[in-house]
Every structure is written in structure tokens, then in C-alpha cells.
Write a protein that binds this ligand. Sequence first.
Ligand SMILES: CC(=O)[C@@H](O)[C@H](O)COP(=O)(O)O
Ligand SMILES: NCC(=O)COP(=O)(O)O
Length: 247
Amino acid sequence: MTLLSVNLNKIAVLRNSRGGNEPDILHAAHTCLDAGCGGITVHPRPDQRHVRPDDVRALAAVLRGKAEYNIEGNPFAPPRGTYPGLVELAREVRPTQVTLVPDSDGQITSDHGFDLAADCERLRPLVAELRELGCRVSLFVDAGAHGFEQALAIGVERIEIYTGPYAQAFAEGDARAVLAACADTARRAQQAGLAVNAGHDLNQANLGGFKAAIPGLAEVSIGHALICEALYDGLAPTVRRYLQILR
Ligand SMILES: CC(=O)[C@@H](O)[C@H](O)COP(=O)(O)O
Ligand SMILES: NCC(=O)COP(=O)(O)O
């Protein structure tokens, strides 16, 4: 069973474009949960162009005891204004999972994973603190990444494979090589003792083939395409279609 975690960043983007509270991120979360999704993902950033710290807190209250809460982001990005930093947010809300992502200011979206050989040592104290808080820790990595034993040794429990290149190859008509690289990465991570999540640019067209190629895929987090598709078909029916694909 692969858990579907719906990323609500794009609901916040739409809301932020006008001020006010429409669309309401909590209403969206309830709709996704009622439709059967297993979790909610958010990716707060220091510039607060997506979800804001208060969204992260309010969602925690909605999700506690009901569904998995996955917070993604860069743990090295310093606090800015009312953004207290990723680890501080985790301290406050104790999500189920924190997915560490090496994105930087100015990136439109996440576009690469950690280099585990280079990054594990500086991640070690952060991973330890997040584990101490009771959060599962996942690291965002590219297909082809190495160093899973090092990740396991510092307390990491999962990786999230960055699926942007897979989605792009799929859209261009031939994803076989990228998919094989994702499958090999997943297999090596699982052999090392890590569970495997995946996300970025997954959609109703490319998800089925991805899931079929990755036995034991623990979780997919999907936002951009799902929210776009929901504009035409409605949020609850769209979530149900994803669940059907993951069945
Ligand atoms: C790590 C990852 O792939 C997602 O968290 C993604 O970055 C979220 O989407 P947005 O960049 O659209 O907020
Ligand atoms: N971790 C990936 C995620 O949360 C959603 O990415 P996308 O579907 O918005 O590209």
C-alpha cells in the first residue's frame, strides 16, 4: 500500500495571491482526508510564498491522530521574519515526518536532492533532534544517489526520490532509462534498510508506471498536478482517482 500525501502548497499560493482566506487550506485538507488520502504535505519556505507558519500550525491541529503530516523543507535556511525555520516548526508541531530538502531561495521549486556523501555529517545533529521530537526523517535525493548506509547511520529512516526528471522524460515519451534509475535507487535504499517515498511532478498519467516499477513504495507526495487537475474535476474526485491508481 502506497500512502498518498496531498501537498497543499498550491492552495496557499492561490489564497496568497489575493489575501483573505480563500481557498481555505483547512477546508482543502478536510476535503482530501474525507476523500481518503492518508496524509497531507506542506513545504514552507522562508519567503512564505506558499504555506505560512500559521498554516503549518493549524494543519497540525487538524491532522493530529487522523492522518500523516509531512513537512518538507530546507533545515539550513535561517529564520526570516515570522518564518521560524524548519526545525523550529517541527519542534512546535511534531509532524509525523520531516522531509529535508536542499532547496534555496530563488528556486521556483525543488529541483535536486542531497549529496549524501557530502551532506550527512552536517545533517547528523538535525536528524538526531528531529528523531528526538518523534518525527520520522526522510531525505530528498536524486535517482542515482549513493550513501544510503551513511544516511541510515545518522538516523534517517526514509528517502524521497526526486521524480521531476522521471516526469519530464515521461512527458517527452520515453521514461524507461530514468525509471530504471529510480527503481535501482529504491532497491539499493531498501537493501540498506531505508523505506522509499517519491515525489515531484507526479500526475495521473505518470504515477501508475512509477508505482509499478518500485515495489514497496511507501508514500507519494503530490501537489502541483493534483491541484491543477482538481480545478477541472473537483478536489475530492481527483484525490479518489489518485487513490485508485495507487491501489
Ligand atoms: C520536495 C518537493 O518536491 C516538493 O516539496 C515541492 O517542492 C513542493 O512543491 P512547490 O515547489 O510547488 O511548493
Ligand atoms: N515532495 C513532493 C511534493 O510534495 C509535491 O510535489 P509536486 O507534486 O507539487 O511537484
